[in-house]
Write a protein that binds this ligand. Structure first.
Ligand code: GAR
Length: 186
C-alpha cells in the first residue's frame, strides 16, 4: 500500500476525516505539523499516528526545514503528501522531492478566495456561492491544477459559522474520495 503523510497546522479535522475513512486506499503513516500547540498533533497521538512537529524558526531557511522533512518522509517511505490546513507555502525542495504527489484542500471554489480565511472572505464579500477545491500543489498560494471542486450555495440566512460547518462537512467527504480516486489511477 501507498504510504502518505498529512501536513496540518490547525485543528486537524480534515486529517481526522482522512484517517477515519474505512476504505482509504493508502496508509497515513505520519502527521507533519509546524505548530506544536495545534489540535492536529493531539489527534495524531490519539489515533496512534507518529507525528513530526517542527518550528520553522529553528531553521535558517525553508530549504533547511524542508530538507529535514524530506529525510523524515523518505525514512518512512512516504510517497504522497496531503495538505490539510497546512498554512505554509511549499518550497521547491519539497515540490521536487514529491513531484505531482502533493495535493491540497481549500475552502473555496478556486481561483476565487485563495489564501487565508477563504470562508470569511467569501462570506464578507457577500458572495452567493462558494465551495471546496482539491488541487495539486505548486509554488503559489492555492494555485496548481484543480482535481475536484464542489460548489455550495451561501444562504442569506447563513452566518459565518453555519457556512463554515457546511463547508467542513463537504471537505470531510470530498478529500478522502479524491484521495482514493487519485491513488486508484496510479
Ligand atoms: C480547512 O478548511 C482547509 O480547507 C483550510 O484550512 C482548514 C483546516 O481545518 N486550508 C486552507 O485554507 C489552505 N489555504 P482543519 O485543521 O480542521 O482540517
Amino acid at each position: 500500500t501507498v504510504k502518505a503523510a498529512v501536513f496540518a497546522s490547525g485543528t486537524g479535522s480534515n486529517f481526522q476525516a482522512i484517517i477515519e475513512t474505512k476504505d482509504l486506499t493508502c496508509d497515513v503513516v505520519l502527521l507533519v505539523c509546524d505548530k506544536p500547540e495545534a489540535g492536529a498533533v493531539e489527534k495524531a497521538a490519539r489515533f496512534g499516528i507518529p507525528s513530526i512537529v517542527f518550528d520553522p524558526k529553528d531553521y535558517p531557511s525553508k530549504a533547511d526545514y524542508e530538507q529535514f522533512l524530506i529525510q523524515k518522509l523518505q525514512e518512512a517511505n512516504v510517497t504522497w503528501i496531503f495538505l490539510a490546513g497546512y498554512m505554509r507555502i511549499v518550497g521547491p525542495a519539497l515540490l521536487q522531492a514529491f513531484a505531482n504527489r502533493i495535493i491540497n484542500i481549500h475552502p473555496s471554489l478556486l481561483p476565487e478566495f485563495p489564501g487565508k480565511d477563504a470562508i470569511g472572505q467569501a462570506y464578507h464579500a457577500g458572495a452567493s456561492s462558494t465551495g471546496v477545491t482539491v488541487h495539486y500543489v505548486d509554488e503559489g498560494i492555492d494555485t496548481g491544477p484543480i482535481i475536484a471542486q464542489e460548489p455550495l450555495e451561501i444562504f442569506p440566512t447563513d452566518s459565518e459559522e453555519t457556512l463554515k460547518k457546511r463547508i467542513q462537512k463537504i471537505e470531510h467527504e470530498l478529500y478522502p474520495q479524491v484521495i482514493n480516486k487519485l491513488l486508484q489511477s496510479k
